[in-house]
Design a protein around this ligand. Structure first.
Ligand code: IMP
Length: 441
């Protein structure tokens, strides 16, 4: 009965809304990778919530939320997010558990990231400047600071030594105004006094919760094509946003995962650099961006927009074992006469139907389109599949055919209510079964 919600494109697919919709049927929502580079937007009535580090399930009062060891945590960003939510009437209270093994984003990680991006010049990645990459670098280099390390406030203990060593490296690499390790150490010790109440063993917690019959929703951040292994490397984030990240990022076995729901927009967007084969240049891209309000929820950057890329989503289906898709933002296509759909890539006289591993190959690919009729009618707010215009249903059915998995949810607007749960589909069956088994505790 557990379920994973995974981005099937380059992030920003609308995972926040879908997780929020499914949360009433689970007891625990767990984030397993990424950090506050994510921006999950959830609209409830007139209120808009934007979650960065906290799982989207936090908006539901009875639900416990978990931040796994695979996540990188910036304590200040976390406290700011908790305070913003409190000002919007949502109390985190004791519903949060942060892995003692999660790595900490320290202030100098951001400096290192900005420095590296500047040095890359034209080859820059277009990162979110949150210190995510350098925090993961320190983790893999085995010089990182874990959440539980923050409890050591002594000046000559392991935390002080790690910070001193890392800060001196930062000062060597970045130069400019030197960071004082004592300030960083004091800030981290102060952060611990606020964090401590939420810190614990996530793997053990999840194992016990599942033994007691609790259902868990695993919430992915970013998307498959931003995964450090399976994405468009090096234009990717630094974590495994694909399904495998759940096991390593939470300390759970593969058999716990249950079903996998992939989230894909009815078109494609990407923030930052790197190839995007179906990208629309000029006014057409601008129009899609304005209609879809495609600006980053974390950074406000304009997103690059293009047509639905079935090659990319098929890749996501394979590497994640996606059982069904939630297709979001269908309504953004409402005013179009025709809608191109990318079904392959042309490269040197051949048509590729599988996503290439090499980013330079991908950059040389031309999209192969088939064109479907638009519906030129509003679908915004429609919540029954049968009430969609025939052309919209045909478009979705074609997406299903070229992607190779059934569609279980169609989102027709930002509001929770603007959602079609496809009758008899994965989520319809999952919701019915979860009501039959037991209500969330
Ligand atoms: P980083 O995660 O800040 O290192 O950024 C690496 C790449 O991932 C950049 O292209 C970012 O724009 C992109 N990225 C990171 N997080 C998100 C997200 O939540 N949505 C969309 N793109 C993201």
């Amino acid at each position: 009965m557990n379920i994973a919600v995974i981005g099937a494109q380059w992030g920003d697919e609308g995972k926040g809304k879908i997780v929020d919709l499914m949360t009433p049927h689970v007891s625990v929502v767990a984030r397993y990778q990424g950090g506050h580079n994510a921006g999950h937007t959830v609209n409830v009535g007139d209120t808009q919530f934007v979650l960065h580090l906290l799982p989207s399930g936090i908006l539901h009062s009875g639900v416990r939320c978990v931040i796994g060891n695979g996540v990188v945590v910036d304590p200040e960003a976390l406290f700011a997010e908790i305070a913003t939510l409190a000002s919007q009437g949502v109390e985190v209270g004791d519903r949060l558990l942060i892995s003692d093994k999660a790595h900490v984003i320290l202030p100098y990680h951001r400096d290192v990231e900005l420095f590296a991006e500047e040095k890359r010049g034209e080859r820059k990645i277009g990162t979110t400047s949150r210190g995510i990459g350098p925090a993961y670098e320190d983790k893999v280099a085995r010089r990182g600071v874990r959440v539980s390390d923050l409890s050591d406030s002594t000046d000559d203990g392991p935390l002080a030594a790690a910070i001193r060593e890392n800060v001196s490296m930062r000062n060597l690499i970045v130069g400019g105004v030197e960071t004082d390790w004592r300030t960083v150490h004091a800030d981290m010790c102060a952060a611990w006094t606020k964090l401590e109440r939420w810190v614990g063993d996530v793997s053990l917690f999840l194992s016990r919760a599942m033994d007691e019959g609790d259902r868990v929703l695993f919430e992915g951040a970013q998307g498959t094509l931003l995964d450090v292994d399976h994405g468009t490397y090096p234009f990717v984030s630094s974590s495994n946003s694909t399904v495998g990240g759940i096991c390593t990022g939470l300390g759970v076995g593969a058999k716990c995962i249950g079903s996998v729901l992939g989230i894909a927009k009815a078109y494609t967007t990407r923030v930052g650099e790197g190839p995007l084969p179906s990208e629309l240049q000029g006014w057409a891209g601008d129009k899609l961006r304005e209609t879809g309000r495609e600006y980053g929820a974390s950074t406000g950057r304009p997103r690059r927009c293009g047509w639905y890329d079935a090659v990319a989503v098929r890749h996501a289906v394979r590497v994640n074992g996606i059982d069904a898709l939630a297709v979001t933002k269908l309504d953004v296509l409402d005013s179009l006469d025709e809608i191109p759909l990318c079904t392959g890539y042309r490269l040197g006289g051949k048509v590729l139907t599988e996503f290439p591993s090499s980013v330079s190959t991908l950059a040389a690919c031309e999209p192969v389109y088939e064109t479907l009729p638009g519906w030129s009618r509003a679908t915004a707010g429609v919540c029954q599949y049968d009430e969609l215009p025939a052309e919209a249903r045909s478009y979705l059915e074609r997406l299903q055919a070229v992607t190779g998995v059934p569609i279980a949810i169609v989102s027709t607007g930002a509001d929770r209510a603007h959602t079609i749960v496809v009758p008899g589909g994965l989520i319809d069956r999952w919701q019915t079964a979860s009501k039959l088994v037991s209500p969330p505790s």
